[in-house]
Design a protein around this ligand. Structure first.
Ligand SMILES: [Zn+2]
Ligand SMILES: [Zn+2]
Length: 273
């Protein structure tokens, strides 16, 4: 009886072992399951929380640090102004610090300026329904708008009395931004992280303080924009995916003035910092 039991157990074990061998063999010789080719998808930008009556397009401002709200006149957006991408301008202790040597905007060699990125407390109040200004006020030095990641947008001048930007371009980091002397990081030109990682060359990039949107250096049909094709304020009007009824909008361009020309197209809102 005992012998018979042992025999049975051994037989069972052998059977299971044999089936394992068979199944292993089967696995190794089986043809791989057909894979469906994946079509490349356009990058999807994360979205910001938005409150009641805030148009959906503002959810694209993913760098907002609190819920985007509106009082029916202005849209209020708060950001900390720091980039969500690596930069040679972060303190070396920061996870987003990355040393950089190479070229930057327009192919010039990167030369770091002495400044370091510092956290800001921006509150933007931009018109919910932008209106064309009759005076087209000049854009000031400093913050003139915001990018989708919450970083400040600056105009085409390096300093007072319309000092040209040319000499500053060398200090733009690998994503074409840099901090000024108080650590306020900003873009004067195409924000490369947004046009190549978070969105596309034809995507929405942000808003100027007058509430009119800013787009990348291409139209949705792939045409590259040049400044001569835009008006004096560096924009024009047509429909976009975000504004199917059409809107005035600015474009970044590779040539000066890069983002804004002879002032705001509309009546400016405010930014506190
Ligand atoms: Zn600057
Ligand atoms: Zn356009």
């Amino acid at each position: 009886m005992k012998v018979k039991s042992i025999f049975l157990i051994s037989a069972l074990l052998l059977t299971s072992f044999a089936s394992m061998l068979v199944s292993c063999k089967k696995d190794s010789t089986s043809t791989p399951a057909p894979t469906t080719p994946t079509t490349p998808t356009t990058p999807t930008t994360p979205t910001a929380p938005t409150g009641t009556n805030v148009p959906a397009v503002y959810a694209k401002i993913y760098g907002a640090t609190s819920t985007i709200t509106t009082d029916g006149t202005f849209v209020t957006i708060t950001t900390n102004g720091v980039p969500d991408h690596k930069s040679a301008y972060y303190p070396t202790s920061d996870a987003l610090y990355e040393a950089y040597t190479g070229t930057t905007f327009s192919g010039v060699t990167f030369a770091k300026n002495p400044n370091t990125i510092a956290t800001q407390t921006f509150t933007f109040k931009i018109p919910l329904n932008p209106t064309v200004a009759t005076n087209h006020a000049a854009t000031p030095l400093g913050v003139i708008g915001l990018a989708l990641n919450g970083v400040a947008l600056y105009n085409q001048y390096a300093g007072p009395n319309n000092q040209v930007l040319a000499g500053e371009i060398t200090s733009f980091d690998k994503y074409y931004g840099h901090p000024q002397n108080t650590g306020q990081y900003h873009y004067h030109v195409e924000p490369l992280y947004l046009t190549t990682v978070k969105s596309t060359k034809s995507g929405l990039m942000g808003f100027l303080l007058d509430g009119f949107p800013v787009y990348g250096p291409q139209e949705e049909n792939g045409t590259t924009i040049v400044s001569s094709g835009l008006d004096a304020y560096h924009g024009h009007t047509h429909t976009t995916v975000d504004f199917p009824n059409g809107t005035y909008h600015y474009h970044f361009t590779a040539d000066a003035p890069y983002l804004n020309g002879n002032g705001y197209y509309g009546t400016s809102g405010t930014v506190t910092r």
